[in-house]
Design a protein around this ligand. Sequence first.
Ligand SMILES: *[C@@H]1O[C@H](CO)[C@@H](O)[C@H](O)[C@H]1NC(C)=O
Length: 450
Amino acid sequence: MIYSRWAFLICFAFLFLCKPISSYPTPEELSEIPQNFLNFAKKAETFDWMVRIRREIHQNPELAYQEFETSNLIKQELENMGISCKHPVAGTGLLGFVGSGQPPFVAIRADMDALAMQEMVESEYKSKNDGKMHACGHDGHVTMLLGAARILQEHHHLLKLYIRAVIRLMERAETTEEGGGGAKKMIESGSIDNVQAIFGLHNDPLVPLGQVACRPGPIAAGSGRFQAEISGKGGHAAIPQQAIDPILAASNVIVSLQQLVSRESDPLDSQVVTVAKFQGGGAFNVIPDSVAIGGTFRAFSVKSLLYLKQRIEEVIVGQAAVQRCNATVTFNNEDMPMYPPTVNDKELHKHFQRVAVDMLGFSKVTDYNPVMGGEDFSFYQERIPGYFFILGTKDEAAQERPALLHSPYYNFNEDALPVGAALHASLAVRYLIESQTGNPTGNEHRHDEL
Ligand SMILES: *[C@@H]1O[C@H](CO)[C@@H](O)[C@H](O)[C@H]1NC(C)=O
């Protein structure tokens, strides 16, 4: 379960770009920003507003690339606050701006797609769209970003900052399996042009409320998918000598694929190859003409990912040939690009820790073990320094084990809304101020694009 939690994370995102002007807060004022923002977000007026938005989005879930109502709602809320936005971007994406429009810019981002599943939670805001549900908490993610927009908008005078915010949405096809890579389309639409750093988060119902979990370096794997058609020659199951059996060939292919990770990869460089699809044959006495298999491969570096990709093809074709079968292998396409690994910038990690400790206290900023799931935030990190962290949303009051992400019983814990909103806003503001007062963060960057 733990490795599936990232499976369907990303679809649409906002980015806020901010820009401070003239005078800067003192170091003391700086360290108080996260707490002040949190207090603001917890005020009944702000909190109730966030809860209302979150429930409205929850009640009207839309799948990836189809978030028309969701993005309209976001646009409306931003305009109500006097925040300008660009909409649509890359389909159903959205970009909001807070501030003067002069660089430097920083971006914060959220995803907004729902999952294709039936909600089982009974509430007055239960999903009205049959077969669609916000079971990954993206309703909360969107709301926290709107909350951050409000915090930024209402504090830029106080902080003597002019903040410019940009909101964009990214798409990710959600229909069958994870994939889509909305972030890629957002980037192609220019959403992070001139942006120096980007921040994003995901909720985790197993991490206690009021805590965050994070790590520098890889936090989620890069992933790809493959499909193969293994063709032989159909015939009577009792006369195998006249047929070429693709079932046996495909079976050997699957066994051989399992040896890639166990025999060819560094045991300390975590990787996964899973064959999750096997389709062939329809009768107990007929050898079929062909078999279709498919699966996923994951790794924490682009190098390892590309090595797996190459070897998967060689093993399928070569092993099929042993049993006299032919095989064709296909990988991700335009609509379903390979995801790069999600790798956190080391300087931004220090920045995040300072901000999170100022807001939540030292003991609430915990380490996170990387997961093999994929996250399309990684596409931004290929271009600019980015930081992705985990927001604790565990419901301490609940007696039972919390429903996990993608469970039909999952329900985003609304008490986390102020924390997420205030973190987004604090990360952006502190980054801008610190990057202009001689304490730049996020300079280190890697260039190994897929
Ligand atoms: C495999 O491909 C070769 C070359 O196209 C062809 O001659 C052969 O019949 C194919 N074998 C099977 C089992 O489809």
